[in-house]
Design a protein. Structure first.
Length: 256
């Protein structure tokens, strides 16, 4: 192996490690924010027996394998969501670094993707989108203004204003859309800009409609919209122009 190849391999190995720990932190955020407010502080603990976890029990992937997917104290099975999220973090850090290059914008998108993942999981579990995560996404959008010139601030402001669309839907359906979805759209608008925010909403509506049909078929009446909105935001952050082009081509096909 040449020195250049070894350097690239070492760099991506470091990114994988960073991603694993970023994913591990994301699982803790999801777990803590899913609890009642008074139970969110303190060391990590087993949700079954309540015993505090050792530092050696919290090494990404390795601890799960060594413990055979069970708590050291009570033997209760550990949710596979934990190692899955850690692997997701490793994938996101390496993929975004490759896709955007080693740029500040790329790392902002990477952090945003982890926030979106946490928001989606919490909404699926608890039917709510915590303001602290939505606000963090908005902060990333503001920071991105100083990193890249496009979209420009006016486009970002217009993107945030797209939240008024969901606010109108919420009013017309008398609560069919949660206020958390409205806030998330506003935060995403700051990060994505106007065009990509519309692309994200289009993606969310299409995938959400399919999911709603599945929910209805299985007799489930309530469905969170947040996960599909999060997926749309992530897709638009990477492939916004392609999504917009796809929508326009579809409209032209239907019209003619």
């Amino acid at each position: 192996m040449s020195s250049a190849s070894f350097a690239v391999f070492s760099l991506y190995a470091i990114l994988v490690l960073i991603g694993l720990y970023a994913g591990s932190l994301t699982t803790r955020v999801v777990f803590r924010l899913s609890l009642p407010k008074g139970s969110r502080r303190g060391p990590s603990f087993c949700p079954n027996c309540g015993k505090h976890l050792r530092a050696t029990d919290q090494i990404p992937i390795i601890s799960y394998i060594l413990l055979r997917g069970r708590c050291r104290r009570c033997g209760q099975r550990i949710s596979p969501m934990y190692p899955a999220t850690e692997l997701f973090g490793a994938f996101m850090v390496t993929f975004v670094s490759w896709y955007f290059g080693f740029s500040l914008h790329g790392y902002i998108v990477c952090l945003a993707s982890l926030l979106l993942y946490a928001l989606a999981v919490i909404d699926l579990k608890c039917m709510r989108l915590p303001d602290v995560l939505t606000g963090s996404l908005a902060v990333l959008g503001v920071l991105d203004i100083f990193v890249i010139s496009t979209p420009d601030p006016l486009s970002r402001a217009a993107g945030a204003a797209c939240a008024l669309i969901l606010l109108g839907v919420r009013f017309l359906t008398r609560g069919g859309i949660g206020i958390g979805d409205v806030k998330l759209t506003a935060a995403a608008g700051i990060l994505l800009g106007y065009d990509n925010t519309l692309a994200a909403l289009g993606f969310a509506v299409l995938t959400g409609a399919v999911a709603a049909a599945v929910y209805k078929f299985n007799g489930v009446k309530k469905m969170p919209f947040g996960p599909w909105l999060c997926a749309g935001i992530f897709a638009a952050a990477l492939y916004g122009e392609e999504l917009t082009s796809l929508y326009l081509n579809f409209i032209r096909f239907v019209a003619y």
